[in-house]
Design a protein around this ligand. Structure first.
Ligand SMILES: Cc1cc2nc3c(=O)[nH]c(=O)nc-3n(C[C@H](O)[C@H](O)[C@H](O)COP(=O)(O)O)c2cc1C
Length: 351
């Protein structure tokens, strides 16, 4: 099967692949730019831009500056090719400022999840032409978004990403659903999503699947299921171009399926992670003593959290495997080595 291009609003790519904007600093300028060069949608993760030390006094300004620098770096690395976008989590406290920075820097699309992005259109003028792409895990969540965007802003999304229960990172499901993924599988979710889109007269927009895509056959499987493309996270973590330290990439390469566990994240959602030393301490109920220099998440209560997620997600960037939180998807065993991203995209050419 020849893979079709992906068209979202004014954006178009050769292959139906969006590189997930993985925080912190995995979905970096280098990974996004290389994805675009290879024929996909490149996405910069906006979460965790502010370093706990640097951002102590000027969190919002520091994040805006570092984030704008990252977008400009990506634009430069890929000679301003498109589509370059960003991922922004609803749970972050500087959501509005991050979105406004992305608009100012002229990105092509904005992906937003980890909560319902109900106010997203407010910060993105329709005239900007920037494609808006909410991330959902149920038809009900999409109904609420579509209803709100229609009523408050007279706007519609340009595409929707559907994250399944085996997805990497934060999960929009209850623990019971995660333990029984067959009850909320991507084919069940697609029906709900299509019904919801049709009810709001946006049945023609692309719907992307996010869960366990590691090779061309996985993309073809999703297309056959009825999706228009995929968003890939876990499999791109160990691309040479991704932003974390090599020692951290080796943690992913060496991980086995039995190392994957679900814990409760300070974001307020279950999160799929590797059982590294930090996670073992969390599972033992040990609480790391920390002070919160800024409230980076609306949903975190630092007095009750067992660890500081900002520090835990910055640690893999520095190669600190003892204190790092390594989010991952269920397809971890398909991550077998560190490789140049081009190798993956080379398999997508031809019939
Ligand atoms: C390490 C890691 C970091 C992630 N960070 C984010 C993030 O910052 N924002 C977000 O909306 N999703 C995030 N995700 C979820 C991805 O965007 C994507 O939907 C998911 O990885 C797809 O599933 P897969 O990992 O099985 O490919 C992350 C996933 C991983 C594995």
């Amino acid at each position: 099967m020849k893979l079709p291009p992906l068209k979202i609003g004014k954006c178009e790519s050769k292959f139906p692949v969006i590189q997930a904007g993985m925080g912190v600093k995995i979905g970096s300028a280098t990974l996004a730019a290389e994805t675009i060069k290879q024929g996909g949608f490149g996405t910069i993760a906006s979460v965790g831009m502010g370093d706990p030390e640097e951002g102590k006094y000027n969190f919002i300004e520091t994040c805006n500056k570092l984030f704008a620098d990252e977008i400009r770096k990506a634009q430069q690395l890929c000679d301003n090719q498109a589509p370059l976008g960003i991922n922004v989590m609803v749970a972050i406290s500087n959501y509005k400022e991050i979105v406004e920075t992305a608009v100012k820097e002229g990105v092509d699309f904005i992906i937003s999840g980890a909560g319902l992005p109900l106010n997203l259109p407010e910060y993105v003028p329709a005239e900007s032409g920037i494609a808006l792409i909410p991330v959902v895990s149920s038809g009900r969540a999409l109904d609420v978004i579509l209803k709100t965007w229609n009523r408050k802003y007279n706007r519609k999304p340009d595409a929707v990403i559907v994250e399944g229960p085996r997805n990497g990172g934060h999960l929009g499901f209850t623990m019971e659903m995660i333990e029984h993924p067959e009850t909320c599988s991507l084919d069940i979710l697609l029906k709900e999503i299509k019904t919801s889109l049709a009810a709001f007269d946006c049945g023609n927009i692309p719907v992307l699947a996010a869960e366990m895509v590691s090779c061309r056959a996985d993309i073809e499987r999703m297309l056959q299921m009825g999706y228009d493309g995929v968003q890939i996270g876990t499999h791109f973590i160990c691309a040479e171009e991704s932003g974390i330290d090599r020692k951290s990439k080796e943690v992913y390469v060496n991980a086995k399926a039995e190392d994957v566990v679900i814990i409760k994240s300070p974001v307020g959602l279950p999160v799929r992670v590797l059982k590294t030393p930090l996670v073992q301490r969390v599972l033992n109920g040990e609480r790391a003593k920390f002070t919160c220099p800024y409230r980076c998440l609306c949903t975190c209560n630092p007095a009750q959290s067992l660890f500081c997620i900002a520090r835990a997600l910055l640690a893999p960037h520095a190669g600190d495997t003892e204190n790092g939180l390594y989010m991952c998807g269920s397809n971890i065993e398909a991550v077998t080595r560190i490789y140049p991203l081009k190798e993956f995209f080379d398999t997508l050419h031809g019939e």
